[in-house]
Ligand binder design. Structure first.
Ligand SMILES: [Zn+2]
Ligand SMILES: [Zn+2]
Length: 317
């Protein structure tokens, strides 16, 4: 077959395109690379971060009136820490960045500063192929887009997860999250619900407690979706936690605000359910928000040398 001049140049262009498009995915996305060398059953992880409810209004309430799905359905299939704390900055950006990096850092809370340390998403994407759709951050506060990157020059702009952040109601965040889970089947996902914090700051007790009940429902909806989808069923671990609490009653303006080191601000929830963790168990050993990232790295089989947290071995069967 003889090529004319146009066909000749077109074929060279297409060949070059192929070469460079492969190189741009360094170290090379490999869909077969699903982390099956791990000896854990967990293949996928979903972290739900509920923004700013107090422990006393959630798990710390003996009647658990605001969290019926946790109390009735999720508690028996998971493990719960009763003494779990954010001992760093009890603000949203710092709190969620501590979850994703395993380090305490006092960050600007307006989305103007990225975390210094690389995240679990970047570390995981580097090891498991680099397709950003496989790691997703979905949040109800636009400023949390900073979680996708970090300032460490060795990691900045590299292996960044997909981010979907907008200032929006939790119902919208839930719908976006469910559609992204269904469409891309990400293996590392963080979903952030803003409701309790939003209505707390508005000094609106009725909607504050209502939004805690909604996030309880939405977390249960996510769990049910994971169990109904063959990709996720039985091989996915769900972690539910908070970025911070709110002031205890009698401290400053009580449930309206947060940001100091009072019990109410520091004491948060930690719940996990998955094939490698105990179920129907409560733990009273004190733990910290900084320990989540190291635990995730162990569970999902990647190194996280930059984390200052510890692995929560007591979760593992
Ligand atoms: Zn707040
Ligand atoms: Zn406080």
């Amino acid at each position: 077959m003889k090529l004319n001049k146009f066909q000749f140049y077109l074929s060279i262009y297409l060949a070059l395109l192929l070469v460079f498009s492969c190189e741009s995915n360094e170290p090379g996305f490999n869909p077969e690379n699903t982390g099956t060398d791990s000896h854990y059953k967990t293949r996928h992880l979903v972290i739900v971060v509920i923004d700013g409810p107090r422990f006393q209004d959630t798990w710390g309430d003996p009647l658990k009136v605001n969290i019926p799905h946790f109390a009735n359905e999720l508690a028996s299939i998971g493990i719960n820490h009763n003494r779990f704390f954010n001992r760093g900055a009890t603000y949203t950006t710092s709190g969620v960045a501590t979850i994703t990096t395993g380090n305490y850092q006092w960050m600007a809370n307006d989305g103007s500063e990225v975390p210094f340390f690389p995240s679990i998403f970047q570390m995981w994407l580097k090891k498991y192929g680099g397709n950003p759709n496989q790691a997703q951050i979905i949040t109800g506060k636009k400023k949390l887009s900073v979680l996708a990157d970090c300032a460490d020059p060795k990691w900045r702009g590299r292996f960044n997860p997909m981010v979907n952040t907008e200032n929006r109601d939790d119902k919208k965040t839930l719908n976006v999250a469910l559609s992204l889970l269904e469409k891309h089947h990400p293996r590392m996902t963080l979903i952030h619900f803003r409701g309790p914090d939003f209505y707390g700051h508005a000094n609106d007790w009725t909607n504050y407690t209502k939004s805690i009940k909604e996030t309880d429902q939405y977390t249960y909806d996510i769990w049910q979706f994971l169990q109904s989808d063959p990709f996720y069923k039985d091989v996915t671990t769900l972690i539910v936690t908070n970025d911070h609490g709110r002031h205890s009653d009698g401290i400053r303006d009580g449930f309206v605000s947060h940001g100091d080191f009072c019990e109410g601000c520091m004491h948060i929830n930690f719940y996990a359910s998955g094939p490698d963790f105990y179920s129907n168990r409560e733990i009273n050993k004190p733990r910290q928000i900084v320990d989540i990232a190291s635990t995730v790295a162990t569970l999902m089989d990647f190194e996280l040398p930059t984390s200052s947290g510890l692995v929560m071995w007591e979760l593992f069967k």
